[in-house]
Design a protein around this ligand. Sequence first.
Ligand SMILES: N[C@@H](CCC(=O)N[C@@H](CS)C(=O)NCC(=O)O)C(=O)O
Length: 199
Amino acid sequence: MKLYYAPGACSLADHIALIESGLPYETEHVDLRSRITAGGADFRLINPKGYVPALEMDDGEILTENIAILSYIAAESGWLSPPDGPIHWRVLEMTAYISTEIHKHFKLLFDPSADPEQQAKTRKLLTQTFNRLAGDMGDTTCLFGEHPMIADCYLFVMLMWARGKAGVHLPARLNTYFDHLCKRPSVRQALEDEGLDMS
Ligand SMILES: N[C@@H](CCC(=O)N[C@@H](CS)C(=O)NCC(=O)O)C(=O)O
């Protein structure tokens, strides 16, 4: 498998999941401004949507969209989401929630030309969403127990953005959760591989 990524983008979730999976993989950096990959290819020919992540599967086919890529990695690993049963569906539910109710809102916060009032409203909305999510969490270190699932990999990136340049206030429960995930070797390795410094 090969993951096309940009440092610190949402593709970091797939990168962490790949490391957690223990499956063989490689990565290729994509310059999102020029849409040229580190190998000199035109990324739009790989993913016509032009955005990361894109995953080249072992049969050479390209898979896009975080929900699909994370689900694929989970299915291949057999343990980043249970293959079936109630937790499988809860993990998918949470992954979809993160994609549609959290991830999409950051676009406005990262747009320098966006209306500051609209951005303030979006920050407030995201804080409400994060508060609700924190309120639903149990006492475990990860969302569904002590071992991370694909939804944890995705949520980690959303929290990293919230705490960083997006400036979204997070409840204490999510800061504790984030600090715990930061210590995982998979997270440390993915951050290091992408040239990101979290110290
Ligand atoms: N719907 C896509 C969105 C992916 C996405 O927003 N990618 C961003 C990075 S976080 C990107 O590559 N943006 C560059 C662009 O759209 O030009 C998914 O969930 O995978």
